[in-house]
Design a binder for this molecule. Structure first.
Ligand code: ATP
Ligand code: MG
Length: 445
């Protein structure tokens, strides 16, 4: 993409309404524009990041055997009356009336709708287990929308729902989600820790929130620092192996890790040696929940069993804050000059800076490099506007592309360009050919 033909409305000043760094950088780097409190447009660069995150989430869900669907944003109040949540949900629910005076709502979540789909089409234990998920916009009329996309009113969520014949099956589904989430967040360069969460009136201990540690997090978290050392990496997972998955889940959930709501100071002190007691702030990026028959029971979602009877299905639900992640990743990865995108979610892997726009040799070298990268499937953002070198560098640092190739007349005389890594700031001089080869090996299609 040539910057001269792109739409990248960067801001010089830090907008005063933004309290935290990710929100400031998202506005300054031209990723989003606020339309109303907690409601944002995604501008081209931000939209690219959002799509990359969505894609990673999708791939990891499919890898775990879960099936994508798409449910609507607008729902009928009828379903919510069946579960009893229409009245219980409160003012966070945006209630709408259509022209025939029917009560509708903008979905804050989809347990009722997915249960309705299930009961309409699944009748037998042979169709289980089943996990369906979608990535769809939600609306919650948050009392205090703030921090940009981190606590929006309209936000993109991945929400998945599992159906099993019995509790053991449901726990296996829960474990699949926990492990798939570990991989999902690791792929985004995040250290997300599953922390024991409240299950509310349902009881049991099968609810975990995934939190990433960041100073600006809304929750206070306490954990055994040993849990921060764990990493799933790219090990093979057999998603049908119940014991193996349980083993992994135990590894991650045995060390103490809780957010303020469930934190137990006495237990923390007795379980965790002092030198490993970590307390910090955290951002919730995911939440998994086993809730049994909470919705299937009142809504009549049953299946025929092998012995000729009927069973009410066991369910769980599993969320990831897809749009919140854009802000959360920036909170975890930035410096004084701007965003530092992890390669997996960067809007472009590489930027090309032309130090002397209009100079024939420099323009020619940039064009050749740009064409070569594009042909190999490496998306480059070519800064081809007529601006000072300093301004170009500032823009590139602000938008945080992982790699920058700088091309100028002086280097070209010696047959070299400069390749700079955004994260470390480390630069090397090499031929344009060698720079292209390196990036193609890393990012080429
Ligand atoms: P929170 O405690 O942050 O209000 P929640 O527990 O109400 O979140 P869930 O219903 O568990 O949220 O939703 C699943 C995920 O969706 C959360 O883990 C979070 O990442 C994301 N999410 C929830 N509310 C918002 C919001 N207002 N803006 C952006 N993302 C959100
Ligand atoms: Mg939650």
């Amino acid at each position: 993409m040539r910057l001269s033909r792109y739409f990248l409305p960067v801001l010089k000043e830090t907008p005063s309404e933004a309290e935290i760094i990710s929100h400031q950088l998202m506005l300054r780097a031209g990723l989003i524009k606020q339309q109303s409190a907690g409601i944002y447009s995604w501008l081209p660069l931000g939209f690219r990041v959002l799509k990359k995150i969505e894609q990673i989430v999708h791939e990891e869900q499919v890898r775990a055997g879960h099936i994508p669907v798409l449910m609507p944003t607008i729902q009928s109040a009828e379903l919510w009356r069946e579960s009893g949540r229409y009245d219980a949900y409160g003012p966070e629910m945006l209630r709408i009336r259509d022209r025939r005076d029917r009560d509708m709502l903008y979905g804050p979540t989809n347990e009722e709708m997915i249960t309705d789909i299930f009961r309409a089409h699944v009748g037998s234990y042979r169709d289980l287990p089943l996990t369906l998920f979608h990535q769809q916009w939600k609306f919650r009329d948050e009392i205090r929308p703030r921090f940009g996309v981190m606590r929006g009113r309209e936000f993109l969520m991945k929400d998945g729902y599992s159906f099993d014949i019995d509790k053991e099956g449901a726990i296996h589904a829960y474990n699949r989600h926990m492990v798939s989430y570990l991989r999902t967040f690791e792929r985004m360069g995040l250290k997300a820790v599953p922390m024991r969460a409240d299950t509310g009136p349902i009881g049991g201990d099968l609810s975990h929130e995934f939190l990433i540690l960041a100073e600006t997090g809304e929750s206070e978290v306490f954990c055994d620092s040993a849990v921060l050392e764990l990493s799933l990496g790219d090990r093979e997972i057999d998603w049908d192996d119940r014991d193996a998955l349980q083993g992994l889940v135990d590894r991650w959930t045995t060390p103490y890790a809780r957010a303020d709501e469930t934190h137990d100071p006495a237990l923390f002190e007795s379980e965790v040696p002092e030198e490993r007691r970590a307390s910090a702030r955290g951002i919730e990026v995911g939440h998994i929940f086993y809730f049994g028959t909470k919705y299937s029971e009142p809504m009549g979602a049953t299946v025929a069993t092998a012995d000729g009877g009927r069973a009410t299905v066991e369910m769980g639900s599993y969320g990831i804050g897809v749009s919140r992640l854009v802000g959360a990743i920036i909170e975890a990865s930035h410096d004084a000059n701007g965003v530092i995108w992890p390669e997996s979610v960067a809007p472009f892997p590489v930027g090309i800076v032309n130090l002397k726009q209009g100079d024939e040799a420099t323009d020619g070298a940039c064009e050749a490099l740009y064409a070569q990268l594009e042909a190999a499937g490496v998306e480059a953002l070519y800064h081809d506007r007529d601006e000072r070198a300093g301004a170009k560098f500032a823009t590139m640092d602000l938008i945080g592309l992982p790699w920058r190739i700088t091309v100028g007349p002086r280097g070209l005389k010696n047959g070299v360009v400069e390749l700079t890594e955004r994260r470390s700031g480390a630069s090397e001089e090499l031929s344009a050919e060698a720079a292209a080869a390196k990036l193609i090996a890393r990012f080429g299609a």
